[in-house]
Design a protein around this ligand. Structure first.
Ligand code: AGP
Length: 614
C-alpha cells in the first residue's frame, strides 16, 4: 500500500503534490519522492525515510517551477526502503517518471528481458521495470497514454501506475488493476491519487476508475479508456468526507478501516508467491534448500497478537512438514536457556519488525547458531535485517495499535512457509500444494463474506457494553483464536477477558461460569468429527450453568443451534484456515466494545504500536 498523487493545472505542482502526499502518509512512509515536468527535462527528488526527509532535501535545493508533477510515499514490498528504491522511477533515458502502488507479479521476467536488451536498472523494484517499458514504447513512437496501455497489457498482478514525461509538458497518465485510483476533477486542474484525501482541499468532485482503465489528465481534460484503447468512463461522485475521515477512507477509526482491508491484505500477501503449477517461490527466503532440509526443529518467537499467529503456525508446520515446532513468548525464550543449534530454525513474527523482546530473542537464537526467518509487515525493519531470511506480509501500514490485518496476513505467511518447507523437503507434491493454495486463494472472499455479516456482532457489543468479563473458548486452531479474541478485548475495552482451550474447562475455568457470563465459543468445522462434537458438549455444559453462549460455527452447523444464545455463522473453510474467518467477528466485537465504552479505539491507553523497550 503506497500513497500516490498526480497533478496537472495552474498551481505550483510541487506544493500540491507534497500536500497530497502528507494526506496520504498513513498509506506508507518508508520513503517518498516527487517528479516535476520542468521544460524539456524531468526534475526528480526522492529520499528514504518519512516525507520530512524529502521536504528537507527539496528545501536545500532549488526545485524548478512546474505545473505538472507526480509524487509517492512508499510502503516497500520489493526492495529495501532506501533512496535508490524510492519512487519515482525513471525510464532508461530519464524522460519518463513513474510511481506505483501494488505488486507486478511478472516483473522478474520483464526485468530479465530489459537487461538482456542491454538496459541497466538501478533499483530492486518492480516499478522501475514499468518505467523502462513505458519509455521504450515512447521511443518507438507511442504517446504516453498509448505507451501506458501497451505496457499495462503485459503486466500481471495488482498495480496503480502513474506516469508523466518531459516529452509532453501538461499531462499525467494513470492506470489501475486491483489497486485503487481516483481522479480529482477541478477547475482548470485535475488530479489522480490513491484516495481522495490527497486532493479534497482543491476539489470534492471525483471519479473512481474501474478495473483495467487508463486515464489521461491535463488541466482541462480527463479522458478514460480501457487497456485496449476503447473510450470508457469512470464513476463520478461527490466527496462529502472531511480530511480526517478521508484519511480513514470514511471509517470512524483506522482499526475499522484495517479490519475492512483484510481481504485485500490477504490477497496481496498471496500475490505472486506461487506459480500455476503449485511451486512456491518465496524469493525473500535466503536459505538454501539444503539448509531447509537440514532443519530438525522449529521455534516460533513473538509477542502479543504475533504470538497467537505463532501458535497457529505450529498446527500447519507440524501438519505439513512433521518438523517439531515449539512456540515461545519472545520475552520468555531467551531467559530459559533454550535448546537451540545450527539445525534449529527460529521464526520471528513481528508486524513492526522492531519489538525489542522479539529482537533480543532473535539475537540470542543467532548466538546459538540457529537460522532465523522473520515474518514482518515492515520492509527493512530491524528484525528482518538481522534475520537470515524474511517473508514480508503485505498488509500495508497498520496504524491502529490493535493488530488486525497484520495478524491475518501473519497466519497466511505461516501457511506459505509451512507449504514451502513441505515442498523443499519433498513431503508434498505440486498438485497437493496447488490444492491447498487454491483454498488459500478463496480466503479473501470468505473474509469479505464475514465482514458483510457483522452488524449483529456490533449490536451484541452495544448490549453487553457493561459486562465485567467475557470468556473465549476454542479447541485445536480455535484455541489461539480464543486467546486473540481475549487480547483484543483487554486492549480495547480495558476489561477482564480470558481465552481457554475448551478441554481445560473442567480443570478449573468452568468455576468462572455463572448466570449471564458471555462466552464466545469457536466451534471447529463440522467435518472435524470428534473435535466438533466435544465442543458441542462444552457449549451444553456452560449453557447449563447459565453462560450466555455466543457461538461461532460453520454455516449450517445444526448441532450447535440448541445451545447458542447467539449464533455467528462462518463460511465453510478447511479447519486450518478457519482462524482467518473466525477472528474477524471478534475483532469487530472488541472494536465496538471500545466505542461503547468511549475509549480511544486507535490509541488504547498505556499501549504503543511498537514496543521497542523490553
Ligand atoms: C496486538 O493487538 C498488540 N498491539 C500487540 O500485542 C502486538 O501484537 C505485539 O506488541 C507484537 O507487535 P509486533 O508484531 O510489531 O512485534
Amino acid at each position: 500500500m503506497c500513497g500516490i498523487v498526480g497533478y496537472v493545472g495552474a498551481k505550483p505542482a510541487l506544493e500540491v503534490v507534497l500536500e497530497g502526499l502528507r494526506r496520504l502518509e498513513y498509506r506508507g512512509y518508508d520513503s517518498a519522492g516527487v517528479a516535476l515536468v520542468a521544460g524539456d527535462a524531468l526534475f526528480t527528488e526522492k529520499r528514504a525515510g518519512k516525507l520530512a526527509k524529502l521536504d528537507k532535501a527539496l528545501s536545500a535545493g532549488t526545485p524548478p517551477a512546474a505545473t505538472t508533477g507526480i509524487g509517492h510515499t512508499r510502503w516497500a514490498t520489493h526492495g529495501a526502503p532506501n533512496d535508490r528504491n524510492a519512487h519515482p522511477h525513471l525510464g532508461a533515458g530519464g524522460r519518463v517518471a513513474v510511481v506505483h502502488n501494488g505488486i507486478i507479479e511478472n516483473f522478474s521476467a520483464l526485468r530479465a528481458e530489459l537487461e538482456s536488451a542491454g538496459q541497466e536498472l538501478r533499483s530492486e523494484t518492480d516499478t522501475e521495470v514499468a518505467a523502462h517499458l513505458i519509455e521504450a514504447e515512447i521511443d518507438k513512437g507511442a504517446d504516453l497514454t498509448t505507451a501506458m496501455r501497451q505496457v499495462c497489457r503485459r503486466l500481471d498482478g495488482a498495480f496503480t501506475l502513474v506516469a508523466t514525461t518531459c516529452d509532453d509538458h501538461d499531462q499525467v497518465v494513470a492506470a489501475r488493476r486491483n489497486s485503487p485510483l481516483v481522479v480529482g476533477l477541478g477547475e482548470g486542474e485535475n488530479f489522480v491519487a490513491s484516495d481522495v484525501a490527497a486532493f479534497i482541499e482543491h476539489t470534492r468532485e471525483a471519479m473512481e476508475l474501474a478495473q483495467d482503465q487508463v486515464v489521461t489528465i491535463t488541466g482541462e481534460q480527463v479522458l478514460v479508456t480501457d487497456f485496449a484503447g476503447n473510450p470508457s468512463e469512470g464513476k463520478r461522485f461527490h466527496v462529502d468526507w472531511d480530511i480526517a475521515a478521508a484519511e480513514k477512507s470514511g471509517y470512524d477509526y483506522f482499526m475499522l478501516k484495517e479490519i475492512a482491508e483484510q481481504p485485500q491484505a490477504i490477497a496481496d500477501t498471496l500475490l505472486g508467491r506461487f506459480t500455476d503449477d503449485g511451486r512456491l517461490h518465496l524469493d525473500e527466503i535466503r536459505l538454501s534448500d539444503e539448509e531447509l532440509r537440514g532443519i530438525d526443529k522449529i521455534i516460533v518467537i513473538a509477542c502479543g497478537t504475533a504470538f497467537h499467529a505463532g501458535l497457529l503456525a505450529k498446527y500447519v508446520i507440524e501438519h505439513w512438514t512433521r518438523i517439531p515446532c515449539e512456540v515461545e513468548l519472545a520475552s520468555e525464550f531467551r531467559y530459559r536457556d533454550p535448546i537451540v543449534d545450527r539445525d534449529t530454525m527460529v521464526i520471528a513474527i513481528s508486524q513492526s519488525g522492531e519489538t525489542m523482546d522479539t529482537l533480543m530473542a532473535l539475537r540470542h537464537a543467532r548466538e546459538q547458531r540457529a537460522k532465523v526467518l522473520a515474518i514482518s509487515n515492515t520492509n527493512g525493519s530491524t528484525i528482518p535485517r538481522e534475520s537470515d531470511a524474511v517473508l514480508y506480509t503485505r498488509a500495508g501500514p497498520e496504524i491502529a495499535v490493535a493488530s488486525t490485518k497484520a495478524f491475518l496476513t501473519q497466519i497466511v505467511a505461516c501457511h506459505l512457509i509451512a507449504l514451502y518447507l513441505a515442498q523443499v523437503r519433498g513431503l508434498k507434491y505440486g498438485d497437493e500444494i496447488t490444492a491447498i493454495l487454491r483454498q488459500l486463494e478463496r480466503i479473501p472472499s470468505a473474509v469479505a463474506e464475514v465482514l458483510g455479516t457483522v452488524e449483529p456482532v456490533r449490536q451484541l457489543a452495544r448490549e453487553l457494553g457493561d459486562v465485567e468479563t467475557v470468556l473465549f473458548l476454542g479447541r485445536h486452531v480455535g484455541y489461539p483464536v480464543a486467546l486473540e479474541g481475549a487480547l483484543k478485548l483487554k486492549e480495547l475495552a480495558y476489561m477482564h477477558a480470558e481465552g481457554f482451550a475448551a478441554g481445560e474447562l473442567k480443570h478449573g475455568p468452568i468455576a468462572l461460569i455463572e448466570e449471564g457470563v458471555p462466552v464466545f465459543v469457536i466451534v471447529p468445522p463440522k467435518g472435524r468429527g470428534v473435535l466438533h462434537d466435544k465442543m458441542v458438549s462444552n457449549i451444553a455444559e456452560i449453557r447449563a450453568r447459565g453462560a450466555r453462549t455466543i457461538v461461532l460455527a460453520e454455516q449450517g452447523d445444526e448441532a450447535v443451534a440448541p445451545y447458542a444464545d447467539e449464533l455467528i455463522a462462518l463460511p465453510a473453510v478447511p479447519t486450518l484456515l478457519q482462524p482467518l474467518v473466525a477472528t474477524v467477528p471478534l475483532q469487530v466485537f472488541s472494536c465496538e466494545m471500545a466505542t461503547v465504552r468511549g475509549h480511544d479505539v486507535d490509541q488504547p491507553r498505556n499501549l504503543a504500536k511498537s514496543v521497542t523497550v523490553e
